[in-house]
Write a protein that binds this ligand. Structure first.
Ligand code: ADP
Ligand code: MG
Length: 317
């Protein structure tokens, strides 16, 4: 049976280098060369077994997702990812599990040139905590508090897919593998997040549900929002698997999509089309920012639609 240190050795052997990592895994702390004239952007997210992923999730998918949810936060801020750390709590010293986990984690890290520079390995219920570190030019980070009345509200990709996969998993009937892939392997919208610098006024990544997350932007910005439900872009697989009302609930309140929701001045619609084209990511205008403090969803006839719940919240029940 491997111990803590042979697991750490296995991790250290596979972690890729980066020129600005002065000292990586192996000392008491990592030493990183932050480039002159850049601000450091730091995000942390935890995945707990049974809370953040279904029990049957493959180790490689858990690895991918643990990093993806953190890179997604950097994408929302408009940061360029650079480094990460990884705290692993494992029920036992399962080298095969760690190997699979690293496969997913490090393949996503390699896609974005992110170096794993340290972490912690402990015994306990399965839990994965990652911090991601990114870089941004001073003053250029995109915050939640920048939305302005009159801005359009946009979303990347097709929200609702991850929630659809979770609903199918819970129901135990038909399970669409393509939907499940959207739950297990979310795509952090890093390129889009960078390309929207200087264009989007505010952004958030959709982790708890579109209406709830847009609500956070509105609260931080002191504004309200109106969403036109008919404009919400649904993937063909979501549309095929759920009736229109279920789909609406999933698209508005389903978490785990890790798409970006952002606000942009109306005059810049063509710029967004160009960014979407350049990044190869669909961007859809779904509503606009209004005076007030409420996020209102309107149906085709202009009637207000209230979802059964706004989005995911820990400790809510
Ligand atoms: P310490 O007791 O001084 O905190 P550890 O034995 O916990 O040191 O860690 C030794 C080295 O291995 C450190 O550089 C630490 O960052 C790294 N490390 C430990 N666990 C992980 C992990 N899960 N992923 C990446 N690096 C890790
Ligand atoms: Mg130490």
């Amino acid at each position: 049976m491997p111990g803590e240190f042979s697991l750490i050795d296995a991790i250290a052997r596979r972690a890729a280098a980066r020129a600005d990592v002065v000292l990586g895994i192996g000392d008491d702390a990592a030493l990183l060369a932050v480039p002159a004239g850049r601000q450091l952007v730091v995000a942390m997210d935890t995945l707990n077994a049974g809370v953040h992923f279904p029990d049957d999730t493959a180790p490689a998918d858990i690895g991918w997702k643990a990093l993806a949810v953190n890179l997604s936060d950097l994408a929302a801020m408009g940061a360029q990812p650079a480094w990460c750390t990884l705290s692993l709590s494992l029920p036992g010293p399962d080298a095969a599990w760690v190997d699979g986990f690293l496969g997913g984690f490090l393949s996503l890290a390699a896609l974005h040139g992110v170096a794993l520079v340290g972490g912690d390995t402990t015994r306990g219920p399965l839990s994965v905590c990652v911090t991601a570190h990114g870089l941004v030019e001073p003053g250029r980070a995109r915050r939640r508090d920048g939305a302005r009345v009159g801005d359009d509200v946009w979303v990347t990709g097709t929200p609702g897919d991850a929630g659809g996969a979770l609903a199918q998993w819970r129901a135990g009937g038909t399970r669409d593998a393509a939907l499940r892939a959207r739950l297990d392997r979310p795509t952090p919208r890093i390129e889009a997040g960078l390309a929207l610098a200087g264009v989007a006024h505010a952004a958030i990544d959709v982790s708890d549900g579109l209406l709830a997350d847009l609500g956070h932007v509105c609260a931080a910005s002191g504004v309200g929002a109106q969403i036109e439900l008919e404009t919400l872009p649904a993937s063909p697989m979501l549309a095929a698997a759920f009736d229109p009302e279920q789909r609406r609930v999933l698209q508005c309140t389903g978490g785990d999509d890790y798409e970006l929701c952002f606000t942009v001045a109306q005059e810049r619609r063509e710029d967004i089309a160009a960014v979407a084209e350049a990044c190869g990511v669909a961007m859809t205008r779904i509503g606009h920012i209004v005076a007030g403090d409420d996020v209102v969803a309107l149906d085709r006839d202009g009637r207000r639609w209230v979802p059964p719940r706004r989005g995911f919240e820990h400790f809510a029940d």
